[in-house]
Design a protein. Structure first.
Lengths: 115, 113
């Protein structure tokens, strides 16, 4: 079974608009962390935002926010005021406490920002 | 503040050969994890090194091996290369083996012919 599911292979958004990238996860570990990374065409994975399973509030980092719905096991990334430089692959990842430091990644969503 | 660095950036090998990839962690980090990312896929965890020992391993054959040095830098070695080993190899560093965020380097693109 897929541990991390990203159902949107590709997304388009108009510059300056907000966009939501979907991520659902599957775990029986009560302690886990959820991450979003951005991967431009250069290949480097850039850390964007983190949400812990026990965090009471949704994480925010600048224009990035994480819509964490624990009961639904979803951790959607919201990018506000999209910029042309946001065009990239976006990966959702999970780390389960009982699995040590291993990150499990989804298949990714390719975001294209249109001028 | 130096980020994670990897070398070489690109590499071309032929089947059956051996390859060594190198990674220097972000300043202040002591843990290195390696991932393989095939084209169009998300990264897959290979293994993690902490205190110069392999602490955790993903579902990769023992053709994949590694090492961590006292300065926390790390090498990934792949023996008897197969065409399917062609991928982007990403190194990530963190402070501590479990709880902290992993920061990635630019990767090494390996092509096996």
């Amino acid at each position: 079974a897929q541990k991390i599911t990203q159902t949107q292979p590709g997304m388009f958004v108009q510059e300056k608009e907000a966009v939501t990238l979907d991520c659902t996860y599957d775990t029986s570990d009560p302690s886990y962390g959820l991450f979003w990374y951005k991967q431009p065409s250069s290949g480097e994975m850039i850390f964007l935002i983190y949400q812990g399973s026990y965090d009471q509030q949704n994480a925010t980092e600048g224009r990035y926010s994480l819509n964490f719905q624990k009961a639904r096991k979803s951790a959607n990334l919201v990018i506000s005021a999209s910029q042309l430089g946001d065009s990239a692959m976006y990966f959702c990842a999970m780390r389960e406490r009982n699995q040590g430091g291993k990150l499990i990644f989804g298949q990714g969503t390719e975001l294209s920002v249109k001028p | 503040d130096a980020g994670v660095t990897q070398s070489p950036t690109h590499l071309i090998k032929t089947r059956g050969q051996q390859v060594t990839l190198r990674c220097s962690p972000k300043s202040g980090h002591d843990t290195v994890s390696w991932y393989q990312q095939a084209l169009g896929q998300g990264p897959q965890f290979i293994f993690q090194y902490y205190e110069e020992e392999e602490r955790q391993r993903g579902n990769f054959p023992d053709r994949f091996s590694g090492h961590q040095f006292p300065n926390y830098s790390s090498e990934l070695n792949v023996n008897a290369l197969l065409l399917g080993d062609s991928a982007l190899y990403l190194c990530a560093s963190s402070l501590g083996a479990v709880q902290e965020t992993q920061y990635f380097g630019p990767g090494t693109r390996l092509l096996v012919l």
